[in-house]
Design a protein around this ligand. Sequence first.
Ligand code: SF4
Ligand code: SF4
Length: 367
Amino acid sequence: MTMTPPAPVGLLAELTHRCPLGCPYCSNPLALEGREGELATGEWKRVFSEAAALGVLQVHLSGGEPLSRRDLTEIVRHCASLGLYTNLITSGIGMNASLVKALAEAGLDHVQLSIQDADAASADKIAGYAGAFAKKQEVAALVTAEGFPLTVNAVIHRANAARAGAMLDLAVALGARRVEIAHVQYYGWAVANRGQLMPDRAAAAAAVAEVEQKKRELAGIIVVDHVIPDYHARLPKACMGGWGRRTLNITPTGKGLPCHAAETLKHLTFWNVRDASLSDIWYQSPGFNAYRGTAWMNETCRSCERRDIDHGGCRCQALALAGDAAATDPVCHKSPDHARLADILAAETQTEPAPYHYRRVAARGSA
Ligand code: SF4
Ligand code: SF4
């Protein structure tokens, strides 16, 4: 069945892969791009102009660390001039008082700040960066004093699962209005660190319960968006709101992707903004059309009452765990591969974790 998708609502711009932190769960690909291949300022401006013309309402300026780009303020100013809502997703490293003011003056609308843990020593160890925890306190204070609405992002895994609730308290203390707290999604560097990151079933369940309890306690104080761990679920999430349905990603070198992990689907070709318009990438490119609608689904999903709710789950996870990107997401209890999740969970959590493979641009092409 052919379908014409609606215009995209959001665009996630991975302005760079450069980042001072080394988070072992980073969703960037293992083969990180260096500065040389990044889109130039003018190319990014054209992308945002085309995005606005296409109907995009929100742009998420991400990376890597977007503050690594010296032209960030110029990019924000351009997006604001187009009427786009601009959200900066940052680790905070590289931020200072004058840059916060410059970004406000350029028209930035919102800041999303990542935290690694509620315990300073553990947070710095996870980030692979001494002083990161303290720097984030400073940045949150600068950002909120400037009047930006602040969202805190936190990722739950083996090293911090016992402090899931404390991370919510930290988000409140930092002045955030919203917190996104998610268990690790196993893409990118997280796959290379799966044994180091995966909590056992009891720890994951306790963290989920603690977050849900805190969410009730903090109602009216902070909005808590909670993403539960895939490997413990019975039903998959509606990954990206469905493939090519709501948002698109542009990589540092200009590739248009339906999700940040889509490059793991090696059988697909993704067009580049250097060669094609954003409109053609969204509406015409084979990569975006591959998993739209229901024709690509197997009978299990196509005949299921949830097919228009979760769209069959995540294609990247289906490929990684079932060996077929068009398979039912193995997180689903109806998948013939569902039992494999329990096997992986048992295998990955029974031993002491090895040291992290930190994510570094210098480690281009290797884990
Ligand atoms: S997850 Fe960590 S390493 Fe990856 S881009 Fe964000 S701050 Fe940098
Ligand atoms: S069978 Fe497919 S559509 Fe149905 S719940 Fe599972 S993944 Fe979703």
